[in-house]
Design a binder for this molecule. Sequence first.
Ligand SMILES: [Zn+2]
Length: 138
Amino acid sequence: MAKRKPLNKKELKEIRTILLKAKEEILNNAKGQESFCLDKDELMDPLDEASANIEAQRELRMRNREVFYLKKINKTLERIDHEGYGECEECGLHIGFVRLKARPTAELCIACKEENEMVENSSWKRSKSLGVALNEVR
Ligand SMILES: [Zn+2]
């Protein structure tokens, strides 16, 4: 099997820009949500509390996901700085620029990822839709 080429400096820089932008968007988003929560507390009606709790829980889940992604972004940025970025964690082949550009935090090449997804449990699959917005659209 032909080895994919490692990323060059220009490509690394491009990935880094994508990651920094994603990070900024999450942080901006977080700011907006905090003020939203604050307003809600002030206007809270006891009757609305139950539905508000569901809302809050959903928000919390989303926040957790964002925090998780944020950590992943930071880890990825670190890898870019210290080399080793773009290599599949399982087979060691280079993941390839096209895939990394679509999914900069990818740690596995497409072949290993597909294999992995088959054994991943369904609960991850179910919760995945939320992450897609953040993770895979850009
Ligand atoms: Zn692989």
